[in-house]
Design a protein around this ligand. Structure first.
Ligand SMILES: Cc1cc2nc3c(=O)[nH]c(=O)nc-3n(C[C@H](O)[C@H](O)[C@H](O)COP(=O)(O)OP(=O)(O)OC[C@H]3O[C@@H](n4cnc5c(N)ncnc54)[C@H](O)[C@@H]3O)c2cc1C
Ligand SMILES: Cc1cc2nc3c(=O)[nH]c(=O)nc-3n(C[C@H](O)[C@H](O)[C@H](O)COP(=O)(O)O)c2cc1C
Length: 1116
């Protein structure tokens, strides 16, 4: 291959290479031919046509740099090619910037002796500017001085470079092993030298385990081999400065660097120490002495615990790599002369036939820059040489003084990206993700993204991934985490795991991976998974290690009330680890029932420290993050203010919600709202509420299936809002539209600067609207809110009380569960607090949407949706009454009220595709809600089937089963319901109507509080012999599906009953029955739609109060 130096490639040549490269890149992420691929290519083509070049994306550059290593015919250590940290330093414009980037590289790669391979890529060759170059052939190297007597002192390999450095004004100490300065040229072409700070150069004193005299010679060698003279030829572009480092093989130092005649030439010295006869080759003295030099090197590095590989192992692993490359790519370009170590005849590589060729992307050679550098050109005017030397030395010293500060600024300019991925159902994880971004913004470039929007294909190019995810349903991912989870599981299967493991629910998947990887790896303070392989350079990087360059940590939100506690977060943690990513901090689980926020803050703090360590980010004292015990991110009072805004700036709420939730929120109108059980005035009551979109002009037609949910954005009651506002000091105007501003520290190259910016969580609105529509004032204040509000205490007693509650988890939990305080009752309890509006507004969490199962069917009601809502009302232990926010909002919504809502698909609770498959529905209380839509849908199907008119359904635009495929008869559909009393039986007449039509079969109803009837729950009805036998047969022999909807405790009890039924009627033991039910779950035939813990809340609260009391007692 002919290589041109310093010539800009013509556009055509760039185009050819770029096309090939970009095709390969998209093939590698399995997106070849995708719209993204085609768009990217047309973008590149346009750029090349305009400028003969183009700007590579970071992920493309990372791909190119790793593949170039894979293609390097002369590198025997390529087995590790996937594990390469790529520092993208294309933004660097000056020699100083290059030096700083290389210091970061040295620090990262040296890693205290546990070396990590890394490459730093500076800007590519470009028309109209000089090449960026590093003059040193290796980043760290020893100088060589020609002595007056003509002998050389130092490493003769670097004689010319040392002389070039001296010409630039560098003066070494003149010892045998002086570290050379880094000499670099940026786009202006001027060469600059920089001494490398001593603490960045790890050197190993060389000792021989047997020959002390060798030790006495006082030689040393540097730990990090970093090649810095090559260029990267990739995608048509030429990156002329790409310092690259890995680790040493013992023979490279022992035999080449120390042993060779034209290097330190220590073979005769060692032979002398060994007492060998150096007069004659027949004594084989050179081979023997070099062997002992290699022994000394290996011994010294191992003793100092510095990564090194012995040449035998290096050769063995190279052969392994060579073979796997042949299998995977049909070849492996290899330069036999280079990959064979000295004395290689005992290694397997010696006998290996190889082919030597170059393929791109490629690390290529280039001319030594000092040969063509005009040293004279940069001398200033008529200054004497002495003055010039002085000036240079002064400049050099000034640079050193500025170094630490510049490193700090550089850390901001060139920060590592931290991708924060969240999945949330009710918004907490998003809040935590934002707090995490705030913490990481001190040293990283954080980006918060919902898992549903994340492109998993490019995950391998990420440096750092932080996951914050909750668990929902019954141990399932939240809706917006589902796609991400599926993609990771797909990768997991592709790396050779059996698909049936991947079909497991999150809890079981996590447990199985944990068992595979070893319990040890998942725990411990700072654990290193097998994927963290830099400790063992000989280790093959398997193709399965897809995320080999990625570091991660996960925070899982959940509630210990649920059996599968934090299952989704645990599964993600296990999956990422098993896909090769390196866990920088162990998984932490935050329990909603106790101390979730506190656990999160500790995890955020610890993970930040761990990430700084992993990326060798040192913060100057001023920037050190102090995540207080309680306050991660809250701005302080002086950093926020309310400013008046024009009323026209006020938001269109629906649009605002759509934007902030990332879902299409619709302003639905209440057209019907009737009590169907109980009474609004007293006791529990359930309402049927109808919401219509008839009069709306919609962008997309509404579409949902039976089993889907409606998300409701509720509003706080006017009375409560007014009372809260009255407690603020000063009381703000209720009519005035405001914008909430916060002061943010912006980091500019000139240093940190403060700027007022609009608080992004709230649109401009009146204070009343913020409290009514956005802020959560009904959930008990968290400990961290109490901590923050304690600063506004004017009364010492109140301050003491708040400090105690915010710091003592036991007392706090007891306070919370016995009083279930709202923000209003809290302000009434601590009545002397003097809190300004902006402080409370900024510190309160945002209201979360509530979900309701859709209780109607689109086929019968194409312009509206019904909900069945049980109003939550309860009395706290201290006798106060409390209302559920959303259920009461809906309960009291009058006809014509606008309710902001969005549809949420729940495919896990959809009817079977084949309508002839039997179904069993268990839905006591409001758990009946989705089943109403099931039987309405079935009734519509029956009508259509009877007319044989599937076309009719299709023209309605709704999905309908294929009559020809499945026949025209519906399978059995048995419904189990349960209520407190017969009076509270929901949709009684309607159920019988559908029963009589044949759309459902009604099993006997359970009544739990009926005086004349024995107290029973649905589980009891299911256990009746005839029912149990039928359930067993439908599920076991007829491929039936079971659907359970409602309270969590009920769902658990039902599951236990189904297990018992399998045991009894299947004549199997308890374990076999449990695994039969597990199989139903995993095969998608056991469906649960869990409302949460609302109904059983009292039971839960009592349990937590008991725990809190215990905690308190223990503390005493
Ligand atoms: C997927 C899904 C589907 C759902 N479908 C329906 C449905 O179809 N119909 C329906 O009615 N609900 C349904 N729910 C429940 C619904 O979303 C709400 O959780 C419920 O209406 C309560 O919300 P709220 O805003 O009124 O109460 P919140 O303001 O959220 O207050 C409820 C709080 O009060 C506490 N609490 C409740 N009862 C008591 C008590 N007795 N003692 C002490 N504390 C108590 C709870 O712990 C809880 O924290 C569903 C939930 C989910 C997740
Ligand atoms: C309907 C429902 C089901 C839930 N299921 C689980 C579960 O199976 N396991 C668990 O640990 N937590 C479960 N939780 C608790 C949530 O994970 C917890 O509330 C979390 O803090 C919510 O975070 P988010 O707002 O980011 O979604 C459930 C909560 C609800 C409301």
């Amino acid at each position: 291959m002919v290589r041109q130096q310093m010539l800009i490639r013509p556009g055509d040549a760039v185009l050819d290479d770029a096309k090939k490269f970009i095709d390969e890149f998209y093939a590698s992420i399995e997106k070849f031919g995708s719209a993204e691929h085609l768009n990217r290519w047309s973008e590149i083509k346009t750029q090349i046509e305009e400028s003969d070049g183009y700007i590579m994306k970071t992920e493309e550059l990372k791909y190119g740099a790793t593949v170039a290593w894979r293609n390097a015919p002369r590198c025997p250590g390529r087995i590790q090619w996937k594990k390469l940290q790529v520092f993208d330093s294309r933004h660097v414009g000056t020699a100083q910037g290059m030096f700083e980037a290389m210091c970061t590289h040295l620090q990262y790669a040296t890693n205290g002796g546990i070396l990590r391979s890394a490459i730093t890529v500076f800007p590519p060759r470009q028309k109209g500017r000089c090449d960026f170059r590093v003059w040193n052939s290796t980043m760290i190297g020893y100088a060589c001085y020609k002595q007056p007597d003509g002998t050389l002192l130092g490493d003769p390999f670097n004689l010319e470079l040392t002389q070039a450095a001296q010409k630039l004004g560098w003066a070494g100490k003149g010892t045998r092993q002086d570290i050379l300065p880094l000499i670099v040229q940026a786009g202006d072409g001027e060469a600059h030298f920089f001494d490398i700070p001593e603490d960045l150069v790890l050197q190993v004193p060389l000792r021989h385990p047997k020959y002390e005299k060798f030790t006495d010679l006082g030689y040393k060698w540097f730990a990090l081999p970093g090649v810095s003279c090559l260029k990267l030829d990739c995608g048509g572009l030429e990156f002329s400065a790409i310092p690259f480092s890995g680790w040493y093989s013992d023979s490279e130092i022992g035999s080449r660097d120390l042993g060779d005649k034209h290097r330190f030439n220590l073979a005769p010295v060692m032979a002398g120490i060994m007492g060998l006869n150096t007069e004659t080759n027949e004594s084989n003295w050179r081979d023997l002495a070099v062997s002992e030099l290699v022994v000394a090197v290996a011994h010294s590095f191992r003793e100092a615990k510095i990564t090194i590989v012995d040449h035998q192992t290096a050769c063995e692993t190279f052969i392994e790599h060579f073979k796997s490359e042949h299998e995977e790519r049909g070849g492996c370009p290899t330069d036999w002369v280079w990959v064979n170590p000295p004395g290689s005849f005992t290694t397997p590589v010696y006998h290996q036939e190889v082919l030597f060729y170059w393929i791109k992307p490629l690390y290529d050679y280039q001319d030594q820059p000092w040969k063509t550098y005009n040293f004279g050109k940069h001398f200033r005017g008529t200054l004497e040489k002495r003055e010039i030397d002085y000036l240079k030395r002064f400049r050099h010293m000034a640079r050193a003084a500025l170094f630490a500060q510049r490193m700090f600024m550089k850390a901001y300019a060139n920060r590592t990206k931290a991708m924060i991925l969240y999945a949330t159902e009710t918004g907490k994880s998003l809040g935590f993700a934002k707090q995490l971004a705030h913490v990481f913004s001190k040293a990283f470039k954080p980006e918060v993204m919902c898992m549903k929007d994340y492109d998993v294909a490019k995950m391998e190019f990420q440096d750092l991934i932080l996951v914050v995810a909750s668990t929902f349903g019954s141990g399932d991912p939240p809706d917006n985490g589902e796609k991400f989870y599926k993609s990771l599981k797909k990768r997991f299967v592709e790396q050779g795991n059996t698909p049936n493991i991947a079909s497991d629910k999150p809890a079981r998947l996590a447990a199985r991976i944990q068992a595979q990887e070893g319990e040890r790896n998942m725990r411990g303070p700072l654990v290193k998974l097998p994927s963290q392989r830099f400790e063992d350079p000989a280790q093959i990087v398997k193709s399965s290690d897809w995320l080999i360059n990625v570091r991660f940590s996960c925070f899982a939100l959940g509630s210990t009330v649920y059996k599968d506690y934090c299952a989704f977060g645990k599964a993600l943690d296990a999956l990422l680890g098993s896909l090769g990513a390196e866990r920088i901090h162990r998984l932490e689980c935050g329990d909603e029932m106790s101390g979730q926020e506190k656990t999160f803050k500790k995890w955020a703090n610890d993970t930040f420290q761990a990430a700084c360590e992993a990326f060798h980010i040192k913060l100057p004292t001023k920037a050190v993050v102090t995540i207080g015990t309680e306050s991660v991110q809250e701005p302080v009072q002086s950093n926020m203010k309310l400013v008046s805004a024009d009323a026209s700036e006020g938001p269109h709420f629906t649009e605002y919600f759509s934007k902030s939730l990332g879902r299409e929120v619709l302003p639905l109108k209440v057209t019907y709202n009737e009590v169907i059980a109980g009474s609004r005035e007293a006791g529990p009551c359930t309402v049927q509420i109808r919401l219509s979109w008839q009069d709306l002009c919609l962008n997309n037609p509404v579409s949902f299936e039976p089993g889907d949910h409606l998300g409701i954005l509720s509003e706080n009651a006017d009375e409560m809002v007014s009372k809260v506002i009255q407690k603020l000091n000063p009381i703000p105007s209720l009519e005035q539209t405001h914008r909430l501003m916060i002061q943010k520290e912006m980091l500019t190259i000139a240093g940190p600067r403060k700027e007022w910016v609009c608080y992004e969580n709230l649109p401009p609105a009146t204070v009343f609207d913020w409290f009514k529509k956005f802020l959560d004032i009904t959930t008990p204040p968290t400990q961290s809110l109490l901590y923050d509000l304690a600063t506004y205490a004017t009364d010492p007693k109140e301050k003491e009380g708040l400090d105690m509650l915010s710091q003592d988890v036991g007392r706090y939990e007891q306070w919370k569960h016995s009083k279930w305080p709202t923000v209003l009752s809290f302000l009434e309890e601590f009545s002397l607090l003097s809190i300004p509006a902006e402080a409370l507004i900024i510190k309160l969490p945002l209201m979360k949407p509530r979900f309701y199962s859709i209780s109607s069917c689109l086929l019968s009601s194409p312009t509206c949706v019904d909900l069945t809502v049980g109003a939550v009302k309860f009395i706290t232990e201290d006798g106060s009454s409390r209302n559920g926010l959303c259920s009461m909002y809906l309960n009291q919504a009058t006809i014509g009220t606008t309710v902001n809502a969005f549809f949420r698909s729940e495919p896990r609770f959809h009817l079977p595709e084949n309508p002839t498959v039997p179904i069993i529905m268990v839905g006591p209380g409001t758990g009946i809600a989705p089943f109403r839509s099931f039987w309405m849908h079935r009734a519509e199907l029956m009508k259509v089937f009877s007319k044989g008119a599937r076309k009719q359904l299709l023209c309605l635009g709704h999905c309908a089963p294929d009559i020809h495929k499945f026949g025209q008869h519906l399978g059995a559909a048995i419904f189990y319901g349960g209520y407190r009393t017969q009076e509270l039986d929901l949709y009684r007449e309607e159920k019988w109507k559908y029963h009589n039509m044949g759309a459902i079969e009604l099993a006997a109803t359970a009544y739990s509080r009926e005086v004349v009837i024995e107290r029973e729950f649905v589980q009891h009805k299911m256990m009746i012999d005839a029912n149990a036998r039928r359930i067993y047969e439908l599920l076991d022999s007829h491929g039936g599906h079971i659907y359970v909807c409602g309270d969590f405790y009920m769902a658990n009890d039902v599951k236990s009953v189904v297990v018992s039924i399998f045991q009894e009627y299947g004549n199997i033991n308890a374990d076999e029955a449990a695994s039969a039910v597990e199989n139903l779950i995993n095969s998608g035939r056991y469906h649960e739609d869990i409302f949460g813990i609302t109904v059983g809340a009292r039971k839960t609260h009592l349990e937590y109060k008991r725990k809190a009391r215990l905690m308190k007692d223990n503390a005493v």
